[in-house]
Design a protein around this ligand. Structure first.
Ligand SMILES: [Zn+2]
Length: 207
């Protein structure tokens, strides 16, 4: 019963996403430009609604990404039980409270149990959750939980450092403030040594 409901919810989400991908937001953007006191017919603004439509579709393309397609079978059985770390993954997202960008770096680590994931897939998982309306805390959790689900490792750690335009542009003294979030699952939550090793690797800067 429960799984059936989940399936139908998933189907509803898919239909909504398909509709969203088809319909253009250009007419709405034109309205916004007018409401802001500009003339949407001014020469260099005429094509802006179409450009915004394209840009926003790209910036929210994470909704239409599919984890199975991203992975494309890049999971490998190996006997490797040391920590795997991919750090300084750049991301760009949009805060769902103001629809303004927030951006920064994500550091991902996991301790393999029986398999590893192709390294290039990790930044793509980050993009999948960054390219949508987000809050930093949830994005950090979603990245960690997805890796936990697909790789089934002993544990996952994700740290995200970001700067938010909604803070930087609106307050005079907040231009340099950043926010840090983390999600620690499994061994990264339970074992201090594991967490410390991750933090040491993230903080180590090669000259
Ligand atoms: Zn915001």
């Amino acid at each position: 019963m429960k799984s059936e409901q989940m399936r139908s919810n998933k189907a509803v989400v898919k239909v909504m996403q398909a509709k969203a991908a088809e319909s253009s937001i250009a007419p709405l953007v034109e309205e916004i430009i007018g409401a802001l006191g500009e003339d949407p017919k001014r020469e260099s603004l005429v094509r802006t609604p179409d450009r915004v439509d394209k840009a926003m579709k790209f910036l929210t393309s994470g909704y239409r990404m599919d984890i199975d397609k991203i992975l494309n079978g890049a999971l490998y059985e190996v006997k490797y039980d040391e920590m795997v770390v991919v750090k300084d993954i750049e991301f760009f997202s949009m805060c769902e409270h103001h629809m303004l960008p927030f951006f920064g770096k994500v550091h991902v680590a996991y301790l393999p149990k029986e398999r590893v994931i192709g390294l290039s897939k990790i930044p793509r998982i980050v993009d999948m959750f960054a390219r949508r309306l987000q809050i930093q805390e949830r994005m950090t959790q979603e990245i960690a939980q997805t890796i936990q689900q697909v790789v089934d490792p002993v544990g996952v750690g994700v740290i995200c450092e970001a700067r938010h335009f909604c803070m930087m542009m609106r307050g005079v003294e907040k231009q340099h403030s950043g926010a840090m979030t983390s999600a620690m699952l499994g061994a990264f939550r339970d074992r201090k040594e594991t967490r410390d090793e991750f933090l040491a690797l993230v903080n180590h800067r090669s000259e």
